[in-house]
Design a protein around this ligand. Sequence first.
Ligand code: TYD
Length: 211
Amino acid sequence: MKAPYIVVDGLDGCGKGTQILMLAERARDKGGRKLLFTKEPGGVPLATEIRRLFKSNLGMEASSLTQSLLMWASRRAYLEGSVWPALDAGTPVISDRGDSSTLAYQVYAKQAPELEGEFWRMRKLIFGERVPTLYIIIDVPAEVARTRSLTDNTHSSSFDKKPLDWFERVRDGFSVFAKAIPDKVVIIDGNRSPEEVQKDFYQIVSETCGW
Ligand code: TYD
């Protein structure tokens, strides 16, 4: 079996960070199941530099297309330098965010519908045949995500100070992504206790990894 590449995505405040931490602990307890935990944008030095630019005032003020191109460049560096070598070595990859965020944030939240077709074309160019195995999207209502991210100090993203309709548009973007490639996306209800969410989350990951 080929090692899977699993993307975990959702609104800021959806609880994906907590779910990934819980998974890491559980995988370790179960006899050290090997996984690569990584994060977008970032994961390799060039992508970390792009992340810094993206999160600067200049990056935040950039147009949807400019931001998208930064994200695709960062993603390709991340695939070449981190994800693909791990998969080639047989290590499953758990990626905090993926291209689903580019559709949700750059195309939907930033209201650039003219980029939707480009999004799917860029996806082909950047991933080639090696698209992620599965996307797990943790879904919460926009109000819940916004309240959580405003009260959670560990979130420093400039996206977190956005109004409610921004969160609604991001959520719409994830929903469009899921509908476009339904066999690749699982949506989990994140509006429950972390333990309840983890039951579903762990089951999906363990099945996908063939544990
Ligand atoms: P980060 O601090 O990593 O937040 P989080 O823990 O929520 O992932 O900041 C990443 C931010 O970048 C997040 O608000 C979503 C945004 N983003 C995009 O706008 N487009 C993308 O393609 C990706 C991967 C992230």
